[in-house]
Design a protein around this ligand. Structure first.
Ligand code: SF4
Length: 373
């Protein structure tokens, strides 16, 4: 098994010399010095000026993210994790494949085909919670709404801010984001955006604007040198491509240098922190390790309402336990989908949003007790 060590980085460098591992000051002026890259960045002519003009919250976040502690990971870790996942998922992949083929037999003139099992952070989290709710949600068709579209719109707006010339307001960026997404033939949300009535479009803009403004209030202006990527895709095709682990990270910053970790993965959240938020980012860290071979160095849940970042350093143990949690989740999903066992009922805060909350006696009792206490 591979080991983790703390990287040296630049021995003379402190957080303000290599912020986010990305040389904020060393890189000097950005590509377009007269054009601030994002709202709240009045002058990008010198890195030092950018630093001076940060709010206390932005400064604090930059200090948190800009630590020069960059761990080194054994280059064998990624392949070892992949091998473990491949081996451990074989049984579930075969069971799912057999069940799917029996349910969808090919015609005589048709090549055998299979439908991979897509597993996301959301499904993993759900199946480790109330399995009955997981199955109920599986049967609900996904629909675009203001609530499901505002995240993608606000992430696009933040992406646009990186290269937008002048001093756009958050609403300018949201407007630009909607324009681009609705004309993007590859954007799944495009049709929803094209058919919005005026009031719903205004509501979507207002909610996305709220998120983008909150992001720029608390987050230091993004610089190109940090290599920011919004909605960064991560994916692993495993067990002869029959199991696909996939997801999209809200914001990825930085990059690895060989076996030295440098990337920061960040999810933006509204509302209160929850333990599942930590697990979600760990899953992305696992996929990023499988993808690039070097793990990210830090995971950040950024809570927009309070401008608070909760960070976690990535370790080898974290990645192995996440791999095990993922294997366990896939096993449960396959058992439940192929009807090899009955789903359990597990009460918790999620009962409030469960589609079965009106009909599930266990959940109803729990919510009544909660309301009375
Ligand atoms: S109401 Fe609660 S216990 Fe019942 S199915 Fe939903 S999540 Fe599970």
């Amino acid at each position: 098994m591979s080991g983790t060590t703390s990287g040296d980085g630049d021995p003379g460098a402190g957080p303000s010399d290599e912020l986010l591992d990305l040389n904020l000051l060393e890189n000097g002026p950005p590509a377009t010095p007269t054009a601030p890259a994002s709202p709240g960045a009045p002058d990008r002519a010198a890195g030092a000026l950018v630093e001076e003009r940060l709010t206390a919250t932005q400064r604090s976040l930059l200090d948190q993210l800009g630590t020069t502690d960059r761990p080194r990971f054994d280059p064998g870790l990624g392949p070892e994790l992949r091998h473990e996942l491949e081996t451990s998922l074989q049984g579930a992949a075969e069971a799912y494949d057999q069940w799917w083929t029996a349910a969808n037999p090919p015609r005589d003139d048709e090549e055998p085909r299979f439908d991979p099992l897509f597993v996301s952070k959301h499904k993993i989290s759900q199946v480790h919670g109330c399995e009955t709710r997981y199955l109920a949600d599986e049967q609900e068709a996904f629909t675009w709404t203001v609530a499901t579209a505002r995240g993608i719109v606000s992430h696009k707006a933040i992406e646009l801010s990186i290269a937008w010339r002048g001093q756009p307001t958050p609403l300018d960026l949201v407007h630009g984001a909607i324009d681009r997404l609705e004309s993007d033939p590859y954007a799944r949300v495009a049709e929803f955006l094209q058919t919005l009535d005026e009031a719903t479009r205004a509501e979507l803009m207002a909610q996305a604007n709220d998120r983008v403004a909150a992001f720029f209030d608390g987050f230091p202006p993004l610089r190109r040198q940090w290599r920011p990527v919004t909605e960064a895709r991560v994916r692993a095709d495993l067990a002869d491509d029959r199991i696909v682990l996939s997801g999209k990270v809200d914001l990825s910053l930085g990059y690895a240098r060989g076996d030295e970790a440098g990337r920061v993965l960040l999810d933006m959240k509204t509302g209160a922190p929850a333990p599942t938020h930590v697990d979600d980012l760990r899953f992305y860290a696992l996929l990023e390790t499988l993808k690039s071979g070097t793990p990210p160095r830090m995971l950040v849940n950024y809570y927009l309402d309070g401008g608070e970042a909760r960070t976690e350093a990535v370790t080898e143990d974290l990645l192995w336990s996440t791999a095990q949690r993922t294997v366990d989740a896939v096993g449960k999903i396959v058992e439940l989908r192929t009807a090899h066992r009955e789903p359990n009922l597990k009460v918790g805060p999620a009962c409030r949003w469960c589609v079965l909350r009106e009909t599930c006696d266990t959940g109803r009792e729990y919510l009544e007790e909660l309301a009375a206490s």
